[in-house]
Design a protein around this ligand. Sequence first.
Ligand SMILES: [Zn+2]
Ligand SMILES: [Zn+2]
Length: 182
Amino acid sequence: MDRSRPARLTSPEHSPVDRTHPARRHTVRIVQRRTPSRAAMLSLVLAMSAAAVAFAAWRWWQPAPIDLVYQRTINDVELNWKCEAGHYFTASGQVADRPCAMCDQPAFPITFYECTQHGTTEVAVRFEAGPDGVPRRSQFRLKGSWFPATDPVPCPHCNVPMVRKPTDPLDAISRGKKKKSG
Ligand SMILES: [Zn+2]
Ligand SMILES: [Zn+2]
C-alpha cells in the first residue's frame, strides 16, 4: 500500500502538462460562467420586460374576446356538410355550395333543430355574404324545399317552430363518423 503512493506521486511528475491544463481549463470555465451570468440575468430581465411590453401591446391591439367570438365567420369553422346523395363530411364553411368529395353532387351545411315533442330534425343551410361581407344564413331547407332563414323552422311532424339545437363541433364530428361506419 505504501509503495503504491509514491507510484501515484510519480505519475503526475511524468505528465505535469496534463495536470495543469485541466486546472487552467477549470478556472477559465469558472470565470466564463460568472461573467455571462450577470449578462444572462440582464438579458433575462430585458427579455421579460420586452415580453411584458409585447403582451400589453397585443392586449391593446386585440379586440375584446367577446367581439372575436362574435366576428368569427363560417369560413373559420368546420361545419357538417351533407350532399344530395346523403354523404356526410366536415369542411370549413363557405358561401357557395360545396361539391361532395365522394360523388361530386352539391352539398350543403347541415344544422339541427329540435322539437320538444318530436326530437331533432336535420336542416340544410345556405349562406350568403351580407353587405358587410360577413356570411350569414340566408335559407333553410326542410323536406326538400328552401325557405328564408328569417322564417321560423317548423317541426315536420307538428308544424310548431323548433329551436336550434346547440351542437358541439366535436359532437357533430363523432356523429358523422358513426353514420359513415353504420
Ligand atoms: Zn356525395
Ligand atoms: Zn314536433
